[in-house]
Design a protein around this ligand. Structure first.
Ligand code: WT7
Length: 670
């Protein structure tokens, strides 16, 4: 979203009156966990004033323990040694599967809606336990043990969730790699985590097309000598898929050998549960480490209180296990509460724009959770499909991943929720593990476009980036930080604690820094403005401009590159790259220019993934630079956003004349 729009959004806050939860919501709500704002205020106050008492109680309420913890919380942001529920032992898989299978074996756990509807199927908790145990025992037989990291490169299918649960059942960590990533990104992640085993499938199905998981993985593994075994789920059965003798094994065939019960391994609360790579402003992706008890509690509590997810409900998170949303709200959140989760393999546009709503109707989903980018697309071209379906089962509608403009919020509320649903704009991040700021269903009145109020235990603050001081009171704007540790926060970056400290705990000593700008309005409501670092958010996918720049530099034709994110109506932000060519590769004719742009876009697609490909590539003679030779991305961003007139001060530039050329290039391209 561009700055002007954001500004409008924040100013709008002054005029918006909080909307109480619609009466209809309460009619549909089977249990009344929270009924009004004073419920929220009372519990929030307790969570901040007495976090140990509050979270100790919650940890007993939501989780099953093999050994009770001795101490609720430990460590500080200053020391970077945060820990929760010390001395406790538990198993996340037991909490998500076994205990519910024992209580109600035939209750659906995973409702799988396949890309091709006919291939859909439902797994009960009993089925899930059996299948998870088989994979867990297989991994154990391969020598995978507590602390090992298993890479998972699977599309959104039950097998992805089964594989994740199988890892944590034996105390191993999963490292999910988004199925849209290409070989270069896979290699980087498998390599960094020293994974010895990778789990994948032969091919995937998405939007009526075949995706080539195994083929892409094969290419990546050429440069991953540490990988000993690959487990391959046969999804399409294409005989052309290449299997490497002695390394690759078929999931179905291997699992047949195991009876379907394998005991869970209790681990310490602070033993890591998984790692998930995410883009930062600098360097290679960071392997964010989440630990068992705190993460699981955050997932359980936010899913219950923000969404009001109850045992009778069905949650449809239209996310992907390749990202944190899929971890917390497709898998851990719903399953730890024993609630069926809808796993959708396909896209919102296939076979037509009514797919999401058809799924809601078919399974009577009570909860739907998606990124605004999908809503923008459906508002634009999928409206005609909505009224064909009965959406009256819905009670909570969630939004995640990027700011939701008030007009999209209202559209969601009216068109999908028919004014009867709780609308939850949930602000959080890979590193937070679960929601940081979001309206609690039934308790917190909402405002279109605002993430509203902090979750229990989140002591949110706005800091003035210039002075580093906390801005007290309301009607303030600055960067968003958190004053004290919360259970589900990431503990470290895999094998690089200094990176963790530098990115989150050192920028504002004593605080956790989110990387986002935000405002707090006169009601104390938070409005998220977007990243203040070099992270771009394209359709809810987090990308680092530095990473894309590095890929462009891999081309032997490019001498310098600068990547920026600019506002885009459909994808929220779009990636624009400016490149300077080496003297030996200068091009002058339009045709070669077009071919070169294509080639560079393809390079990014191949190395990172299709979703990272720049929307436009501008070829320039020279990039705007400071006298010390640093590229000034601010200027590039302004020009690309059509705001060349308001560039402001150019006195620090070494080459102000390049702006004219930049403007004309941009005008030709856009
Ligand atoms: C970044 C985190 C959270 C799961 C998916 C993305 C942006 C996230 C919102 C929201 C405004 C949001 C932030 C954040 N973001 N949710 N509701 N409103 N911005 O996780 O890939 O770790 O990205 O996404 O900039 O820092 P992620």
């Amino acid at each position: 979203m561009d700055e002007e729009k954001l500004e409008q959004l924040v100013h709008e806050a002054d005029r918006v009156v909080p909307r109480p939860t619609p009466k209809e919501f309460f009619r549909k709500q089977p249990h009344k966990s929270l009924e009004n704002i004073s419920d929220y205020e009372r519990l929030y106050k307790e969570s901040i004033e007495n976090p140990d008492g509050f979270f100790g109680k919650m940890a007993h309420k939501f989780l099953s323990w093999d050994r009770d913890f001795d101490k609720v919380s430990w460590g500080s942001f200053e020391q970077g040694d945060v820990a929760w529920f010390l001395g406790g032992k538990l198993n996340a898989c037991y909490n998500c599967v076994d205990r519910h299978a024992f209580a109600h074996p035939d209750k659906p756990a995973i409702i799988f809606e396949a890309d091709d509807e006919k291939e859909s199927r439902i797994l009960t908790f009993k089925d899930l336990l059996q299948q998870v145990c088989q994979v867990a025992e297989l991994l154990a037989s391969w020598g995978i043990k507590k602390g090992d990291i298993v890479a998972i490169y699977l599309p959104m299918t039950p097998e992805a969730l089964i594989a994740m649960l199988a890892c944590v059942r034996i105390g191993a960590l999963h490292s999910c790699i988004f199925a849209g990533f290409s070989a270069g990104s896979i290699k980087e992640r498998v390599f960094d985590a020293h994974s010895k085993v990778v789990i994948t499938c032969d091919e995937g199905k998405r939007g009526g097309k075949i995706t080539h998981a195994k083929q892409i993985l094969n290419e990546a593994l050429k440069e991953c000598p540490e990988v000993e075994k690959v487990l391959v789920y046969k999804r399409t059965g294409n005989p052309k898929v290449e299997m490497v003798e002695g390394r690759d094994f078929w999931w179905q065939k291997e699992c047949e050998q195991f009876r379907g019960y394998f005991p869970p391994v209790p681990v310490d609360s602070e033993d890591p549960l998984f790692i998930l790579y995410t883009s930062g402003s600098t360097g290679t992706p960071k392997g964010v480490v989440h630990c068992t008890a705190g993460y699981l509690l955050g997932a359980a509590m936010t899913t219950r209180y923000v969404f009001d997810l109850q045992p009778e409900d069905t949650l449809f998170t239209a996310g992907d296990v390749g990202w944190i949303t899929g971890h917390t709200y497709s898998l851990y959140g719903p399953l730890v509460l024993g609630v069926p989760t809808i796993v959708f393999e396909g896209t919102p546009a296939y076979p037509d724009m009514g797919r999401f709503w058809k799924i809601v109707e078919k399974y009577k989903a009570t909860h739907f959770y998606v990124a605004p980018t999908a809503l923008r697309m459906l508002k634009k071209s999928g409206e005609a499909e909505i009224d064909k379906y009965d959406l009256s089962s819905l009670r909570t509608l969630g939004s995640v991943g990027e700011p939701i403009a008030s007009e999209i919020w209202k559209w969601y509320d009216e068109k999908i929720g028919h004014g009867c649903c709780h609308i939850a704009d949930t602000y959080w991040q890979t590193e937070s593990g679960s929601h940081l700021i979001a309206p609690l269903a039934g308790a917190v009145p909402t405002k279109p476009g605002a993430a509203t109020l902090p979750f229990f235990g989140i002591d949110a603050v706005i800091i003035d980036p210039q002075t580093g001081k906390v801005l007290e009171g309301n009607d303030v704007e600055g960067v968003l930080a958190v004053r004290s540790p919360w259970p589900s926060m990431a503990r470290t970056v895999y094998q690089c604690h200094q990176r963790f400290l530098n990115a989150y705990l050192r920028p504002y000593p004593g605080f956790y820094f989110t990387g986002d700008g935000a405002g707090r309005d006169h009601d104390g409501y938070y409005w998220i403005k977007g990243r203040v670092d070099d992270v771009v958010n394209v359709s809810g996918h987090r990308l680092s401009t530095g990473e894309i720049e590095a890929v462009l530099l891999e081309s032997k034709k490019v001498s310098e590159s600068a990547v920026v994110g600019i506002g885009d109506d459909l994808t929220g932000q779009a990636v624009i790259a400016a490149v300077q060519l080496k003297d030996s590769h200068l091009v002058h004719d339009a045709e070669t220019m077009i071919a070169l742009r294509k080639e560079l876009r393809l390079l990014v697609r191949k190395v990172i993934g299709p979703f990272a490909a720049p929307k436009s590539i501008i070829i320039v003679d020279d990039l705007p630079k400071t006298r010390s030779g640093k590229i000034i991305r601010r200027i590039l961003r302004k020009v690309c956003s059509g705001e060349a007139k308001s560039i402001g001060d150019t006195s620090t530039m070494a080459n102000p004349h390049v702006i004219v050329n930049l403007v004309s290039e941009v005008e030709q391209q856009f």
